[in-house]
Design a protein around this ligand. Structure first.
Ligand code: CA
Length: 223
């Protein structure tokens, strides 16, 4: 993995031996920033974006549970793993209730910590929610497009797929060839894109897709 690929990880651990050890353990997979007290962890958690956080339960100045609760109150949704003392079930519960996503008991197994962090940072393709196209609302899951007046249009699967691709990157102009390669059979001709654009304009609005002459297509405003 190159440096650019690594996820950013905020580690709050006050133990002068354990902190650097955990950081070193995680460095191959994460860009680790070590905070040595709760106040520093809260400050870094609020002021910089992180992919994941590991927060020790017992921290000086501000304890880990309070740090997590404060981050959640401020709307920070980053996955957090809390490190707790072995066997302190009530503390695990408190940590999870305060907004942590998982916990690992100390002394912990390095392999388990790494696996739990992978689980916390794993992303799955999620069904896309509705997308606004001008005053229209497009729901890719149901392949339906609804106007501000409540008119409902249902799209064919390929029409919806094409519209979803264009709407996902509204600033981008797509060429016929790239749309063809990504969404149609290799045997299809670029003209098939024009056909689907024609269908979409007829069904929704003439302006739902913009022709960029000499380049290709871009999502429009559907007004
Ligand atoms: Ca501690």
């Amino acid at each position: 993995m190159t440096t650019a690929d690594r996820l950013s990880l905020l580690l709050a651990e006050d133990d002068p031996a354990l902190g650097p050890l955990i950081a070193e353990l995680l460095e191959p997979d994460y860009r680790v920033r070590l905070a040595v007290n709760g106040q520093e962890a809260l400050h870094l958690g609020l002021t910089q974006p992180w992919d994941v956080m590991v927060i020790d339960r017992g921290l000086p100045v501000m304890d880990g549970i309070s740090v997590i609760a404060a981050l959640r109150t401020k709307g920070i949704a980053t996955p957090i793993l809390v490190l707790t003392a072995l066997g302190a079930t009530n503390e695990k519960v408190r940590g999870l209730d305060a907004g942590a996503n998982d916990y690992v008991a100390k002394p912990f197994d390095a392999g388990e910590l790494a696996a739990r962090l992978r689980a916390l940072t794993r992303t799955f393709p999620s069904p896309a929610g509705p997308v606004s196209i001008g005053t229209w609302e497009f729901d890719p899951a149901s392949r339906s497009v609804r106007s501000a007046y409540g008119d409902l249009v249902t799209l064919a699967a390929k029409e919806a797929e094409l519209l979803e691709a264009l709407a996902a990157e509204p600033a981008r102009v797509f060429t016929r060839d790239e749309l063809l390669a990504a969404h149609f059979q290799s045997t299809d001709q670029p003209g098939v894109i024009d056909t689907y654009v024609h269908h979409l304009r007829r069904k929704i609005s003439r302006t739902v897709i913009r022709t960029v002459h000499g380049v290709g297509y871009q999502i429009g405003d559907a007004s």
